[in-house]
Design a protein around this ligand. Structure first.
Ligand SMILES: C[S@@+](CC[C@H](N)C(=O)[O-])C[C@H]1O[C@@H](n2cnc3c(N)ncnc32)[C@H](O)[C@@H]1O
Length: 218
């Protein structure tokens, strides 16, 4: 599957994706994320969903200090970097071709004392999941990862593998097409879900999901 799904961008609102970097301030840190659309496409630009996820994490509604998190489809790594700055130990993952770019962004944006809180690692949804501990994470994060119909089944399989009964999944989603809602429907068959945040300006929804636990009182 190609990493670059679009040809040269002709839509003005997306022109920021062609900038060679994107700047943000989160968790009291100035962050400079390198971007390279021409080389890696969607994996090497910061999407609005990542920005909104970081805004949500900064609100402090989800405890990050001392928690073990994994980010799926991290792209430039903004979300994982901010989660680490807010106190989590984070495994930041994407497909193999994206990893060098991702690692460089992580290295540039984390202070030396926090470099050890992050591991960058390959995770292609649905593949070699045994490399990741089942039930090993407090938090699973994903920004703009619901967009390819062919990946819906392996993505759901990955979430099911990674989650214990106490794991919380946070997905920041731009619902671009009807088909994207199909993933949410599939998610609801396996997880309890709740929309916890909506950014109207960027039209980004954040969904929280957690495994359905068996009722022991029945
Ligand atoms: C739209 S980008 C979002 C990047 C980043 N999370 C953000 O919001 O800025 C989608 C990301 O999902 C990754 N991705 C797509 N298919 C994948 C798969 N089958 N397994 C793992 N990652 C995948 C891409 O490499 C890319 O980094």
């Amino acid at each position: 599957m190609a990493l670059v799904p679009y040809t040269e961008n002709s839509i003005p609102v997306l022109s920021k994706l062609h900038n060679s970097s994107a700047q943000f301030r989160f968790a009291n840190h100035d962050l400079h994320l390198a971007q390279d659309w021409n080389k890696l496409g969607v994996a090497a630009v910061v999407w609005d969903a990542a920005v909104v996820m970081c805004m949500y994490l900064e609100l402090g509604k989800v405890e990050l200090k001392g928690k073990v998190a994994i980010e799926l489809g991290a792209g430039t790594g903004l979300v994982g970097i901010v989660a680490a700055l807010l106190g989590a130990n984070v495994t930041i993952t994407d497909r193999e071709p994206a990893l060098d770019f991702l690692s460089a962004n992580v290295k540039t944006n984390l202070p030396p004392d926090l470099q050890g809180s992050v591991v960058v690692s390959e995770l292609t949804w649905g593949e070699s999941l045994e490399r990741y501990p089942a039930d090993g994470f407090d938090l699973v994060l994903g920004a703009d990862i619901v967009y390819l119909k062919d990946t819906f089944v392996p993505l759901l399989q990955t979430l099911e593998h990674l989650c214990s009964d106490t794991t919380v999944v946070l997905l920041a989603c731009k619902i671009r097409y009807e088909r994207d809602t199909n993933f949410l429907y599939m998610l609801k068959q396996r997880f309890r879900t709740e929309e916890v945040y909506y950014d109207k300006q960027r039209d980004i929804h954040i969904y929280k999901a957690w495994k359905q636990t068996t009722r022991r009182d029945l």
